[in-house]
Design a protein around this ligand. Structure first.
Ligand SMILES: Cc1cc2nc3c(=O)[nH]c(=O)nc-3n(C[C@H](O)[C@H](O)[C@H](O)COP(=O)(O)OP(=O)(O)OC[C@H]3O[C@@H](n4cnc5c(N)ncnc54)[C@H](O)[C@@H]3O)c2cc1C
Length: 301
């Protein structure tokens, strides 16, 4: 991995770790190290660090790594991980919540339930953080972030703090226009008043549906490919004969064919190569070009 960073980085109040292994921090449990991992103490710490950091140094945010292949050669530059200081969720009024960029979907949906705010139950089932949801336009069971986001507070790569409203993010399916190197530090979601018991029932229904259809307790990266217009990626993968296909320690899930899994010893190179193999087989079988949903970051070893 190339070291583009000056020997001394800007001083911080949070934690800066050199050559921090990322495999333990991502769902696939594979891949290399971050050249630097920065866990800011608060928004001011993040903003001051980015403002003082050489603009040539790449910066990327990391949530729970639930939609990520980190290549085996690691990630050059700085990986920003929002920890506890960014994990709170507070009720603003009877329909809105302000959520820290590092808060989990479970925390957001359960706080919404306790506050009697319906409409964000779908976040119960998506593993990840608010920052990842905003960036990816995460969605499930007919709703996505685009439907509930009011605005997001973002620290740009320059260190500047800006508020982006929903329309600024240019949302389409599993995509936003969030600028490169920007870190979402909080988001405001709007739902509608609902009875906590009804919200809980919906969360239970969603959790059960998940359990039945997805390999939840495995090393995976969630949906591998976006659904092409009018098609289901899992069905195309299945029809191309890829169910259970393996490459080294990587496998196409038997339970849900749009999930790749690390059966124990897979490298990120094997996981990514299996994904490319699946794309080629689907192209040959159906003529359809699958597009990666999983973000692939870093350099090969
Ligand atoms: C079992 C399983 C089921 C899943 N089901 C769904 C589903 O139903 N629907 C769905 O949409 N997704 C699903 N996913 C994928 C994943 O949960 C979502 O994409 C989620 O939004 C990723 O959040 P994360 O915080 O873990 O982001 P990461 O995986 O860490 O990162 C994903 C992208 O978001 C960026 N990012 C992360 N945090 C921030 C931040 N604070 N600021 C700016 N950018 C940031 C990263 O740089 C990267 O580009 C599933 C994953 C798994 C493992």
């Amino acid at each position: 991995m190339t070291t583009a960073l000056a020997p001394s980085l800007p001083a911080v109040r949070g934690r800066l770790t050199r050559q921090a292994p990322l495999a333990p921090l991502v769902w696939f449990k594979a891949g290399g190290a971050a050249e630097w991992l920065f866990e800011p103490a608060d928004v001011d710490d993040l903003s001051a660090f980015l403002a003082a950091l050489d603009p040539a140094v790449p910066v990327m945010a990391l949530g729970l790594g639930s939609n990520l292949i980190v290549r085996d050669g690691g990630v050059p530059g700085v990986v920003v991980r929002l920890g506890k200081p960014f994990a709170s969720v507070e009720r603003l009024d009877e329909t809105t919540l302000r959520c820290g960029g590092g808060a989990s979907g479970i925390l957001v949906s359960s706080t919404a339930r306790d506050a009697g705010i319906g409409g964000v139950e779908f976040l119960r089932s998506i593993p990840g953080t608010v920052g990842g949801f905003v960036r990816m336009n995460g969605g499930a069971y007919g709703r996505e972030v685009k439907d509930v986001l009011v605005e997001a507070e973002v620290v740009l790569r320059s260190g500047e703090r800006v508020t982006l409203v929903n329309a600024d993010l240019g949302y389409t399916y599993r995509h936003s226009n969030l600028p490169d190197g920007a870190v979402v530090v909080s988001a405001t979601f709007r739902g509608e008043p609902a009875a906590p018991q009804a919200i809980q029932a919906e969360m239970d229904r969603i959790a059960a549906a998940r359990e039945a259809s997805q390999p939840l307790r495995t090393k995976t990266g969630g949906s591998t490919f976006k659904n092409p217009p009018g098609e289901k990626a899992w069905a195309l993968v299945d029809a191309a004969g890829c169910r259970g296909l393996t490459l080294g320690g990587a496998q196409v899930s038997e339970k849900h064919t749009n999930f790749l899994i690390n059966t124990g010893t897979a490298t990120s190179a094997e996981i990514e190569a299996l994904g490319e193999d699946v794309r080629a087989r689907v192209r040959a079988a159906s003529g359809i070009e699958l597009e990666w949903e999983i973000q692939r970051v870093g350099v090969s070893s």
